[in-house]
Ligand binder design. Structure first.
Ligand code: PAF
Length: 287
């Protein structure tokens, strides 16, 4: 496996392969790789000839009071995982290479970034949109894979790729979970033992909401009450939002007629967890 740090070298590598007709797959990450990343890498490996994983803790997607400096960095373990999974290139640019002096362009996707994670983290999505656009420009992949766990992020990436004609096929893969249902995330290492023991309650709450919808409850205030009630069983958890939304626009729904995405964000001490589930009504599933 080659480790490339310079954007120019990365682009030259990709351009050479593209000229030879090689299909390039790409998994962008911020490192601290876990089983969720492994599943993206494996899915990518099946669909491409050459595979690039980027490891870049992107400063522009962290707010001033967020965890940029203490974000887990496990470089050697990450390389070992990539090697074991047959990754061809690990692209690890420096911040200065990505944002050299004089850098000023930002990419925004206003309507998708407007609420939910966008409310809680005002600059987050323009940071993500800008770095993903840059990474696509540098790596020049044919396809790129993202996890459904960051549902709003995956919608944003699809939108910007379409709007800017980036020519990258976006594949969103299901969330990989721990045995108790907690969505895998690099930030789970921050959880204390006590917090970890109750962290899957967020997933329990989404599942309770999904089950209610599948059982024919269409009024979202009733579904919401069921979700809040499930979370309420763990007093250590504070809800940022639990929402029942249209999976295309992310607008909150008052009635679920066909399909919905249940979005949740909670705080456990200083740790913030997000998760989501997509659910179809019984009538849609029986069609
Ligand atoms: O999901 C992530 O790890 C990051 O937001 C991404 C897409 C690599 C951009 O920094």
């Amino acid at each position: 496996m080659r480790i490339i740090r310079s954007p120019a070298t990365m682009t030259a590598w990709s351009e050479r392969l593209r000229r030879e007709g090689v299909t390039i797959g790409f998994v962008p990450t911020m490192g601290a790789l876990h089983t969720g990343h492994r599943s993206l890498i494996r899915a990518a490996r099946l669909r491409c000839d050459a595979l690039v994983v980027s490891i870049f803790v992107n400063p522009t997607q962290f707010g001033p009071t967020e965890d940029l400096t203490r974000y887990p960095r496990t470089r050697l373990k990450d390389h070992a995982l990539c090697r074991a999974e047959g990754v061809d290139v690990c692209f690890e640019p420096t911040s200065t290479a990505m944002y050299p002096e004089g850098f000023q362009t930002t990419v925004t996707v206003p309507s998708i970034a407007r609420r939910w994670e966008g409310d809680a983290r005002p600059h987050h999505f323009s940071g993500v949109a800008t770095v993903v656009t840059k990474l696509f420009g540098i790596v020049r992949p044919h396809l790129a894979l993202f996890g459904q766990k960051d549902f709003q992020q995956s919608m944003l990436v699809r939108q910007l790729t379409r709007d800017l004609n980036l020519g990258v096929e976006i594949i969103v893969r299901p969330t990989v979970r721990e045995r108790d249902g907690l969505a895998m995330s690099s930030r789970n290492v921050y959880l204390s033992m006590g917090e970890r023991a109750v962290a899957a309650t967020l997933y329990d709450s989404l599942r309770a909401g999904a089950e209610a919808i599948r059982n024919g409850i269409v009024d979202t205030s009733a579904v919401h009450a069921i979700m809040v009630n499930t979370i309420g069983q763990e007093p250590a958890i504070r809800v940022d939002y639990l929402a029942i939304c249209d999976p295309v626009t992310l607008d909150p729904l008052s009635l679920v007629t066909t399909k919905a995405v249940l979005l949740g964000a909670v705080r456990l001490g200083s740790i913030r967890l997000i998760d989501n589930l997509i659910v179809s009504t019984r009538s849609t599933r029986n069609r």
